[in-house]
Ligand binder design. Structure first.
Ligand SMILES: Nc1ncnc2c1ncn2[C@@H]1O[C@H](COP(=O)(O)OP(=O)(O)OP(=O)(O)O)[C@@H](O)[C@H]1O
Ligand SMILES: [Mg+2]
Length: 265
């Protein structure tokens, strides 16, 4: 009858994300080979691993940009992309998928701002078009968000007039404008010049402190160590190792983790 998750974490909370034996293939190639993990509410969950290990694919499955082939994936207790009736799964309509996706903010490596819109116009686009927020209210919210990401003076700038780091902070503000309950970051700083990385990580740190649940694919091991609550190392479509970031980074238990870390640390 219900598509709520019966299981809970030991703290009695429904996890923000639960993956159970998640499999994903592209044609004959299996990219995710059975991912099991829980992301608790309010947690900063960092995901690391070599290129091609399936990190982006997993993030895309969480907001149903990709369909999984087997297993179960839940966000805040609801099945991603499906409704369960008894033992049967029914695929959600596009409109229902879109409705659920509104709760999930996504920030990519490339900022994907609308080039012909100002920072403020980028931020008010989704709330006004998708949520029906009035322009006046959306503008007020956008100004507050720009302030929050340290760009109060850039409301009227176009993306081309902003640095990569500033554009990425606008992209974060744009995602937050939808008031998501979960934020997914896919290597948000890896396209940035080194001197611009810090400001973006500071915004992410503030967001973490505000209690946002965040899944962060990153090569920034310093961020993972200082801000992360959990760290997962993926390789070849499986979770090789997970634990507290400091523990995984300083005392990895698996040879594959050690080999990877020796290259990136
Ligand atoms: N749409 C697609 N069609 C076919 N293969 C795909 C598709 N998307 C991803 N893949 C393949 O799936 C595998 C995992 O890709 P994915 O982008 O998830 O890796 P990643 O861990 O994010 O790597 P990176 O660190 O380079 O971003 C790769 O072998 C990739 O070529
Ligand atoms: Mg990727």
């Amino acid at each position: 009858m219900s598509d709520r998750v019966p299981a809970m974490t030991t703290s009695g909370q429904v996890p923000m994300v639960r993956a159970e034996a998640v499999h994903k293939s592209f044609g004959p190639v299996e990219v995710l080979k059975g991912i099991d993990l829980d992301v608790r509410q309010g947690e900063v969950f960092c995901l690391i691993g070599p290129s091609g290990s399936g990190k982006s694919t997993f993030l895309r499955c969480i907001n149903h940009l990709e369909k999984i082939n087997a297993g179960r994936l839940y966000v805040d207790g609801e099945l991603v992309g499906y409704r369960q009736r008894g033992e049967k799964l029914y695929e959600l309509k596009d409109s229902e998928v879109a409705l659920r996706r509104r709760d999930i903010g996504m920030v990519f490596q490339r900022f994907n701002l609308f080039p012909h819109k100002t920072a403020l116009e980028n931020i008010i686009e989704a709330p006004t078009q998708v949520k029906g927020v009035t322009k006046a209210a959306a503008r007020e919210q956008a100004r507050a968000l720009l302030e929050r990401v340290g760009l109060a003076d850039k409301a009227d700038s176009y993306p081309a007039q902003l640095s990569g780091g500033q554009q990425q902070r606008v992209a974060i503000a744009r995602a937050l404008a939808m008031e998501p309950k979960l934020m997914l970051f896919d290597e948000p700083t890896s396209a940035l010049d080194p001197e611009l990385v810090g400001d973006v990580l500071d915004v992410m740190r503030d967001l973490a402190e505000s209690g946002m649940t965040m899944i962060v694919v990153t090569h920034e091991m310093g961020f993972a160590r200082e801000v992360g609550d959990s760290l997962v190392f993926m390789d070849g479509g499986v979770v090789v190792e997970s634990g507290h970031p400091r523990q995984v980074l300083t005392d990895p238990q698996h040879e594959r983790t050690r080999a990877f870390l020796s290259k990136v640390l």
